[in-house]
Design a protein around this ligand. Structure first.
Ligand code: GLA
Length: 359
C-alpha cells in the first residue's frame, strides 16, 4: 500500500513537472492530440462503456476516432442465438456521432469472446455450414445497424498462429468448424453487408519476421482470390524494450507493399518486458527510467507513423488513460502497468504525450 501511495505521488510530481516543463498553465492550453495530427491520420482510443463517463473530457479533447474495447465483440452483441444486445455499442456510437468521431468496428470473427451456442448444435458440434449461416446473420445484422456510422471493421482477428510449425491457428473454433475458408467468407459477407466499409485483418506480433511472413502469405492469397480486404491492422501491444522501431517500420512497408492501408489498431507501450512477472516497479529510479524509455519509444514510433502517412490511415490507442487498461490484468493479473499517454491519477499528460504532440 505504502509503495502504491509513494508511486502515485511520485507520478503526480513527475506529471506536474512535465506540465511545468512545457510552460503549460491550464487544461485549455494543452494541445489536442487529434488536432496535432489533422494532417496525418485520425487518432483513436478504445473505450469500455464506463470510459464514456470516466474519460469523457479526454475523449472529447484528444481523440477523433473510437473503438469499442469489448462492446462489439460477438459474445456481447449476440449472447443468445437471435438475441442481439446493442445497448452498449449504441451508446458508444452515439457518443462518437455527437463528437464527430469516426468509429472503428472491432471485431467480427475471433477465437475468443464468442458465445457458446455459436459452435453447438443440440448436444453436438455445429457443422461448418451452420456456423457460416450464423456468421452471415451476425454480420448482416450488425453491419446494417451501423452502416454509415462504423467506417471500418476488423473482420478477422488473430487467425494466424504463433507456432513455428503452424500457419493458421488450428485450435480456433472457426478453423475447426469451417476450415481456412472462414476467413475469406467473413470478408465476403462483410463486403456484401456494407460495401462502403473498409475491411481489415487485425493481428498482434505483426512485426515479427516469422509471423509477418505468414500474415503476408494469407493476405496475398486473399487478394489474389479477389477477396475484399482493404487494410492490415497491426495491433501494437508493444513494450519499452521491443519491438525496435526499425522492425515496426519494416512491417509497415511490407504490409503497405501489398497495396493495403495500414492502421495501428491497439497501441500501448507496457513498462514491462514480455516475460517479466513482477507485480510492480518499486524502485522509483527504475520507474523514472522506464517512463523515459516509454516516452522515447512513443516519440520514435510516431515519427515513423508520420513518415508513412500516405499508407497509415489511423492510429488507435488501446485505452484512454492509465487508470483503465487491460494491461493491469494481462499478462500478470493485478499488476499495475502504465502504458498510455495520460496518467492514472488525474488524467494528466505524461512525458510520452509531449513527445507525441511536439514534432
Ligand atoms: C486482443 C484483442 C482485443 C483485446 C486485447 C486484450 O488484442 O484484439 O480486442 O481483447 O486482445 O485482451
Amino acid at each position: 500500500m505504502k509503495t502504491k501511495v509513494f508511486t502515485l505521488s511520485f507520478l503526480i510530481i513527475l506529471c506536474a513537472g512535465a506540465l511545468l516543463g512545457q510552460g503549460i498553465r491550464s487544461e485549455e492550453e494543452l494541445p489536442s492530440l487529434w488536432q496535432a495530427y489533422t494532417d496525418y491520420f485520425p487518432i483513436g482510443a478504445a473505450v469500455r462503456y464506463q470510459s464514456l463517463k470516466n474519460h469523457r473530457a479526454l475523449l472529447e479533447k484528444h481523440f477523433n476516432s473510437i473503438t469499442a474495447e469489448n462492446e462489439m465483440k460477438f459474445s456481447t452483441l449476440q449472447p443468445g442465438e437471435g438475441t442481439f444486445a446493442f445497448f452498449r455499442a449504441d451508446e458508444i456510437v452515439n457518443f462518437a456521432k455527437k463528437n464527430n468521431m469516426l468509429v472503428r468496428g472491432h471485431t467480427l470473427v475471433w477465437h475468443r469472446q464468442y458465445p457458446g451456442w455459436l459452435f453447438r448444435d443440440g448436444a453436438g458440434k455445429a457443422a461448418g455450414e451452420l456456423v457460416l449461416q450464423r456468421l452471415e446473420t451476425h454480420i448482416n445484422t450488425v453491419l446494417s445497424r451501423y452502416k454509415g456510422d462504423v467506417y471500418c471493421w476488423d473482420v478477422v482477428n488473430e487467425a494466424v498462429s504463433d507456432s513455428m510449425s503452424e500457419y493458421l491457428r488450428r485450435d480456433s473454433p472457426w478453423y475447426q468448424a469451417v476450415g481456412e475458408e472462414y476467413i475469406a467468407e467473413a470478408f465476403r459477407m462483410a463486403h456484401r453487408a456494407d460495401p462502403e466499409a473498409k475491411l481489415f485483418y487485425n493481428d498482434y506480433g505483426a512485426t515479427r519476421a516469422d509471423k509477418m511472413a505468414k500474415i503476408c502469405f494469407l493476405l496475398e492469397e486473399l487478394l489474389a482470390a479477389g477477396v475484399p480486404v482493404h487494410g492490415m491492422g497491426m495491433q501494437g501491444h508493444w513494450d519499452v524494450f521491443s519491438p525496435p522501431a526499425t522492425e515496426i517500420e519494416t512491417a509497415i512497408r511490407r504490409y503497405a507493399a501489398l497495396g493495403l492501408e495500414v492502421q495501428i489498431t491497439e497501441l500501448d507501450i507496457s513498462l514491462f518486458r514480455w516475460g517479466d512477472k513482477r507485480k510492480f516497479i518499486t524502485d522509483p529510479e527504475e520507474l523514472t527510467v522506464r517512463l523515459e524509455m516509454q516516452a522515447k519509444k512513443y516519440e520514435e514510433i510516431f515519427r515513423i507513423f508520420r513518415e508513412y502517412r500516405d499508407v497509415i490511415t489511423g492510429v488507435t490507442f488501446w485505452g484512454v488513460a492509465d487508470d483503465l487498461t487491460w494491461k493491469d490484468q494481462e499478462p500478470v493479473r493485478g499488476r499495475k502497468d502504465l502504458p498510455l499517454l495520460f496518467d492514472d491519477v488525474e488524467h494528466q499528460p505524461k512525458e510520452a504525450f509531449w513527445r507525441v504532440v511536439n514534432f
